[in-house]
Design a protein around this ligand. Structure first.
Ligand code: FA5
Length: 337
C-alpha cells in the first residue's frame, strides 16, 4: 500500500473512532473534554495527522490536506453541538423549581342522573321513605302479571319490551320496562306498613328522540298501610314537587290509566307557563294487593313512578335526553355537587 493510501486510511480510522465515541460514550462535560484532548488537542489525533503534511509531496498534500481540515471542522462542530446538548440537559435539571405547585388532577363529578336521583331520594327519605334497589332482569310475572296486566292485554303495548332468551323456557325473562315490578317484590317480602322508594334503570324497545331513551331511569314509590287514601298520595307528591322545584310550585293531577292502580293519575308541574307531565301514580289496585297476599279490605296504598332524567331536564334546561348517555365532557362538566 502506498504512503498516500495509508494516510487516507488513518484519517478515516480517526474519523470513525472520534464519531463512534462522541455519539455513544460521551455523557458529561468531563468525558467530552477527555474526547477533545484525544482528537482535537495539541498532541491529539488531528495534530498527528497534520504532521504528515510536511513529509508528503505537494501533489499528495493537495489530496490529504483538505481531508484533514474537513475532519477537524466536522469534529469541532460535533464538539460544540454535544457541549450545548449536555449544558441544556444540566440546566433543565438544575432549573427545576421544586416550589412550583403540582399539576392539577382532574377530579371526576357525579353524573347528572346520579345527582338528580340522589336529590329525589333525599326528598322522599325526609318524608320517611326507605330507599331500596331491585333487579334489572325481570320475569314476565313481576313486570306484567302481578301488576294486573295479563298476557294479550292491550295495555302491554304501552311498554315495548326487550325480551331475553334464557335456558329456562318456562319462565319468560325481560329487561324491566319500569320499576313497578318491585312493588310486588317488596310487598311479598314485607308486611305493611311500608313506605319505599326504588330508583333504577329501565329499558324499552323504543326509538330514541329528545325525550325518549331506550335505557332510562325511573323512581318507583310505594306506600301501604291501613287507611291510606288519595289525599296521602296527593300530599306526598305535592311535597316532593315543592322540595325539588321550590315552595311556589304548582302541580296538577289528571286521570290516567295504569292497570295496577285504581284510580290512576298523572301529575304535571307548571313550568314556564306550560303543564309538563312528570309522573304516573294512583292507588294500588286491589288485585295487585291480593296477588301478593295482602287483604285489600284491610290495607290500601298508593304508588307512583317518575323519570329522573325528565326532571333533571326541566331543572337544568336540558333540551335532549340523549345528552345523558353521550359521555361528552362539555355536558358532564357542567354538573357539580
Ligand atoms: C310507568 O312506567 C308506570 N310504571 C308508572 C307508574 C308507577 C304509574 C306506579 C302508576 C303507579 P310511564 O310509562 O308513563 O309509566 O313512565 C313513567 C315515567 O318514566 C314517565 O313519566 C317518564 O318520566 C319516564 N319515562 C318513560 N319512558 C321513558 C323513556 N323512553 N325515556 C325516558 N324517560 C321515560
Amino acid at each position: 500500500m502506498s504512503n498516500l493510501n495509508k494516510i487516507i486510511e488513518e484519517i478515516e480510522e480517526v474519523e470513525q473512532s472520534a464519531n463512534g465515541q462522541i455519539d455513544q460514550q460521551i455523557l458529561n462535560l468531563d468525558q467530552l473534554e477527555h474526547w477533545r484532548i484525544i482528537f482535537l488537542g495539541r498532541n491529539g489525533e488531528i495534530s498527528k495527522l497534520m504532521k504528515y503534511l510536511s513529509s508528503v509531496s505537494d501533489e499528495n498534500k493537495r489530496i490529504i490536506g483538505p481531508k484533514i481540515n474537513n475532519l477537524k471542522k466536522s469534529l469541532s462542530n460535533k464538539y460544540n453541538l454535544t457541549q450545548k446538548k449536555i449544558d441544556q440537559r444540566n440546566n433543565a435539571v438544575t432549573e427545576f423549581d421544586f416550589t412550583l405547585p403540582g399539576r392539577p388532577v382532574n377530579l371526576g363529578n357525579y353524573h347528572p342522573t346520579t345527582l338528580i336521583i340522589r336529590e329525589i331520594c333525599t326528598a322522599f327519605s325526609e318524608m320517611g321513605f326507605q330507599i331500596i334497589e331491585g333487579q334489572e332482569i325481570e320475569t314476565e310475572k313481576y313486570n306484567f302479571d302481578l301488576l294486573n296486566i295479563p298476557n294479550d292485554h292491550p295495555a302491554r303495548d304501552q311498554w315495548d319490551t326487550i325480551w331475553l332468551q334464557t335456558e329456562n323456557t318456562n319462565v319468560k325473562h325481560l329487561l324491566r320496562t319500569h320499576t313497578s315490578p318491585m312493588q310486588a317484590r317488596v310487598m311479598e317480602k314485607n308486611n305493611p306498613p311500608l313506605r319505599v322508594i326504588i330508583p333504577g334503570k329501565c329499558y324499552r324497545y323504543e326509538a330514541t328522540d329528545a325525550t325518549h331513551e331506550w335505557q332510562f331511569h325511573q323512581i318507583e314509590g310505594l306506600a301501604v298501610d291501613k287507611n291510606i287514601s288519595f289525599s296521602e298520595l296527593k300530599g306526598t307528591l305535592f311535597e316532593m314537587a315543592r322540595k325539588l322545584f321550590g315552595t311556589d310550585q304548582k302541580v296538577r293531577f289528571r286521570c290516567d290509566f295504569f292497570p295496577f292502580v285504581e284510580p290512576g293519575v298523572d301529575m304535571s308541574i307548571e313550568w314556564n307557563g306550560k303543564w309538563i307531565e312528570i309522573l304516573g301514580a294512583g292507588m294500588v289496585h286491589p288485585k295487585v294487593l291480593e296477588g301478593v297476599g295482602y287483604n285489600p279490605k284491610e290495607y290500601s296504598g298508593f304508588a307512583f313512578g317518575l323519570g329522573p332524567e325528565r326532571i333533571s331536564m326541566l331543572k337544568n334546561k336540558i333540551s335532549d335526553i340523549r345528552n345523558f348517555h353521550l359521555n361528552d365532557l362539555r355536558f358532564l362538566n357542567q354538573f357539580t355537587i
